[in-house]
Design a protein around this ligand. Structure first.
Ligand code: SAH
Ligand code: SF4
Ligand code: F3S
Length: 481
C-alpha cells in the first residue's frame, strides 16, 4: 500500500493501447504496483489509480489519449484523491506538456521510466505532479522484481520476454525510433534466466519481443563485441531457448526482413519448439515505395526470404503489416502490393492507411495520397486478405493440432478459444451435451479442426481429451496460486 498520513492508494487499473511491447510494459508496471502493495481493480470505476499506456504509431492512436483524458475529468472529480498517470509512446513524444494541457493529470512517464512510477505515485499523494521521460542507454531499466503472486494468479501459460528494445532503422514513416529510443539488447544469460523461471512457473509459450527482434545484438556482434555485451546471434539465442525444459512454444515479433539471415531460416527447420509462424512486416510491394519508406529491401529480396522459409518449413504461416496511401503511391505501386500479397499468400495481415507523424522524414514528402483513394485501396487489400485467410483456414480443416487454451471465446459464454502453433485462433465448439469443453487457460489440448470461418477455425477436443483434464493440470500451474 502506498500511503501518507490519511490517504492511501489501494487499487489500480491500466488501460493499454498499441503493440505487444506496450502490453508487456503494462504487465511490468502492474507487477511493480503489486510489489508496492496495490492490487488490480476490475475496472476504472473501482480504481484509485488509473494509468493509460499510450501508442503513437498513427494520429488516431495519439488522439485516443486526448479524448480519454477529456473523459476522465469526471472520473477524477468523483473522488479527487484519485490519481491519473500517462505513460508509453505518446508520453515519450510530448512529455510534460501533457501536464500543462490536462490539469487533472498527475504524472507522465516515458518508455524508459517504468521503474519510477511507484515513487511518482508517492509524490502524487503528497500533491506533487511529475514528469519523467529521460532516455536511458543502460540495461538497468530491465531490472524488474520477480513476478508477484498476484500477477502469477492471472497467468494463462503464455508470456512475453523482451530481448531488445528501441529502433535504429528510422523508416521514413515511423515514429518508433523517437518514442522507444536507441536499440539496446539484453544479455543472453538474462533472457535465458527469465525464460527458465517462466517455464518453471508453468509458462508453456514465450514470445520474444523487440522492435526489430532479429536485429538482436547486432551492434555488438558487428563490432566483434558479442562476448562483452553477452549477446549472440539471434538464431543462437533461439537454439538456447529451444533447450529450456518445459517450454513448448517459442515465437518472436517483429523481425525485419534485412536481418533475416540463413541461420534464422535454418533455425525454423531445425528447432523443435520454434512455431511454424513468422510475422514479417512488408509495408509495400512496390520497390519505389519501399525505397521512399527507407525499408532497405526490395520486393524480390522479400520474396526470396519467404521462399527460403517455405523450403525450410513447408506449412509455415506468414503474416504481415502493410501501409497504403504512402505519399507518391500510384495505382501501379498499389497493384504491385496486391500482386505480392497474392504471391506470398499471407495467412493474415494488418493493413493501415498511412498517417503522417511528427519528426519523421516522410512528413516532408510531396504527393500526399487522396484520403478516399487510400480508403478504397485499404478496402481492396482487406477484401483480398479475407479471401486468402479463408482459403488458408479451409486448407486446415481435417487437421489435428495442439491448441494452447487462452480463455473464453468471443463466440459465447463458457466457450473456449486458443491458438494453434501457426497462431491461428481456434474456437472450441461445445460438446454434444452443449457443455463447454473441459479445459482451462494454459492447458495445451489436442484438437480436431472441423470448420473454417473468415476469422478463426472451429475445433473439437480430440477423443480422449475431454476426460483428460486432471492429467493436464501442469498446463494450468500458472493459475493455481
Ligand atoms: N518494427 C516493425 C513495425 C512496428 S510498427 C517493423 O519494422 O515492421 C507496426 C506497424 O504499424 C508497422 O509495421 C506499419 O505497418 C504500421 N505503421 C507504422 N507507422 C505508421 C504510419 N505512420 N502510418 C500508418 N501505419 C504505420
Ligand atoms: Fe518503425 Fe521501421 Fe523501426 Fe519498424 S523498423 S519500428 S517500422 S522505424
Ligand atoms: Fe505504438 Fe509505441 Fe508500440 S508507438 S506500436 S506502442 S512501440
Amino acid at each position: 500500500m502506498i500511503s501518507r498520513a490519511r490517504e492511501t492508494l489501494e487499487t489500480f487499473h491500466i488501460r493499454t493501447y498499441g503493440c505487444q511491447m506496450n502490453v508487456h510494459d503494462s504487465d511490468k508496471l502492474a507487477n511493480l504496483l503489486y510489489h508496492s502493495g496495490l492490487e488490480a481493480a476490475p475496472g476504472p470505476d473501482q480504481a484509485d489509480v488509473l494509468v493509460i499506456n499510450t501508442c503513437s504509431i498513427r494520429d488516431k492512436a495519439e488522439n485516443q489519449l486526448y479524448s480519454d483524458l477529456g473523459a476522465l475529468r469526471d472520473w477524477k472529480e468523483a473522488a479527487p484523491a484519485r490519481v491519473i498517470g500517462v505513460g508509453g509512446c505518446v508520453a515519450q513524444q510530448v512529455g510534460d506538456s501533457l501536464l500543462k494541457r490536462f490539469p487533472h493529470l498527475d504524472f507522465v512517464f516515458g518508455t524508459h521510466n517504468l521503474r519510477q512510477v511507484p515513487s511518482m505515485l508517492q509524490a502524487a499523494l503528497a500533491g506533487q505532479r511529475a514528469s519523467e521521460t529521460g532516455e536511458s542507454r543502460s540495461l538497468e531499466r530491465f531490472d524488474m522484481p520477480e513476478l508477484h503472486p498476484g500477477m502469477r494468479a492471472q497467468g494463462d501459460g503464455r508470456a512475453f520476454v523482451t530481448v531488445m528494445e528501441g529502433c535504429d532503422m528510422f523508416c521514413s514513416f515511423c515514429i518508433v525510433p523517437r518514442t522507444r529510443g536507441r536499440e539496446i539488447s539484453r544479455p543472453a544469460a538474462m533472457i535465458l534466466e527469465e525464460a527458465r523461471s517462466l517455464a518453471a512457473s508453468g509458462v508453456r509459450e514465450i514470445t520474444l519481443l523487440g522492435q526489430t527482434v532479429n536485429a538482436y545484438g547486432r551492434h555488438a556482434e558487428r563490432r566483434g563485441r558479442g562476448t562483452e555485451s553477452g549477446t549472440m546471434a539471434f538464431a543462437s539465442l533461439l537454439a538456447e531457448l529451444d533447450a529450456v525444459p518445459g517450454l513448448e512454444r517459442i515465437r518472436y515479433t517483429s523481425p525485419h526482413p534485412i536481418f533475416f539471415d540463413e541461420a534464422l531460416i535454418r533455425a525454423h527447420a531445425e528447432l523443435e519448439h520454434l512455431c511454424p509462424h513468422v510475422h514479417l512486416p512488408l509495408q509495400s510491394g512496390s520497390n519505389s515505395v519501399l525505397e521512399a519508406m527507407r525499408r532497405r529491401y526490395s520486393r524480390e529480396e522479400y520474396l526470396d526470404i519467404t521462399r527460403a522459409l517455405r523450403q525450410a518449413v513447408p506449412d509455415l504461416a506468414i503474416t504481415t503489416d502493410l501501409i497504403v496511401g504512402f505519399p507518391g503511391e500510384t495505382d501501379s505501386d498499389f497493384s504491385d502490393t496486391l500482386d505480392l500479397v497474392r504471391q506470398v499468400g499471407f495467412v493474415d495481415s494488418f493493413s493501415f492507411k498511412y498517417s503522417p507523424r511528427p519528426e519523421t522524414a516522410a512528413i516532408e514528402l510531396p504527393n500526399a495520397a487522396d484520403s478516399s483513394e487510400a480508403q478504397s485501396r485499404l478496402e481492396a487489400l482487406q477484401v483480398l486478405q479475407r479471401e486468402l485467410t479463408l482459403e488458408h483456414h479451409r486448407s486446415r480443416v481435417g487437421q489435428r493440432v495442439e491448441v494452447l487454451i487462452q480463455g473464453e471465446s468471443r463466440r459465447g459464454k463458457g466457450q473456449l478459444c486458443g491458438r494453434d502453433p501457426h497462431h491461428r485462433l481456434v474456437n472450441l465448439a461445445p460438446g454434444e451435451s452443449g457443455a463447454a469443453p473441459a479445459a482451462r487457460a494454459g492447458d495445451i489440448k489436442t484438437v480436431d479442426l472441423v470448420e473454417a470461418t473468415p476469422h478463426s477455425l472451429i475445433g473439437v477436443l480430440a477423443p480422449g481429451e475431454a476426460q483428460a483434464e486432471s492429467v493436464l493440470q501442469v498446463g494450468s500451474l500458472a493459475l493455481e496460486v
